[in-house]
Design a binder for this molecule. Structure first.
Ligand code: HEC
Length: 125
């Protein structure tokens, strides 16, 4: 009986783990986005006013983080737009659709981001 119980618990844990793992995988996959349209939206929706034209980051009441080549998963990126952590204005579905967020996500990931100091010659003279 004890053995059976342990087996059942193990089977349950394995099932729960594999369910969890598969939803985790899904969460990491970003829907395909059109970076060109994302660029247009990034400018039209005013993201650039705080995060910079190159996604280099900037300031609002506090720092607006760099978005170029963000390693934020798509779900987190979308959650920040729908329900911002702090000072950033929210973007509801009436303003930007999920597809439009995917387009902006593709755009910010296509940006080159900051160069390292050793690649900037004047800093190495
Ligand atoms: C008025 C200034 C402002 C505008 C406009 C703005 N943001 Fe932000 N954003 C911020 C600030 C400030 C933060 C830091 C967190 C917070 O305050 O919510 C932030 C955080 C973020 C983050 C989280 C980044 C991280 O690494 O934690 C993402 C993603 C983001 N913004 C995307 C966007 C996008 C896309 C747009 C346009 C649709 C946009 N933001 C428009 C100010 C702004």
């Amino acid at each position: 009986m004890k053995y059976f119980k342990r087996l059942a618990v193990t089977a349950f844990a394995a099932a729960a783990f594999s369910l969890g793992a598969s939803s985790l995988l899904e969460a990491q996959e970003a829907p395909p986005g059109d970076a060109g349209n994302g660029k247009r939206l990034y400018l039209a929706d005013g993201c650039f006013t705080c995060h910079g034209r190159s996604g280099q980051g900037g300031a609002f009441n506090g720092p607006a983080p760099s978005l170029a080549k963000t390693d934020m998963p798509f779900d987190g990126f979308k959650a920040q737009l729908r329900d911002p952590a702090n000072d950033m204005p929210a973007y509801s579905t009436a303003v930007v659709s999920d597809q439009e967020i995917a387009d902006m996500y593709a755009f910010v990931q296509s940006l080159p981001g900051a160069r390292s100091a050793k690649d900037i010659s004047i800093l190495n003279d």
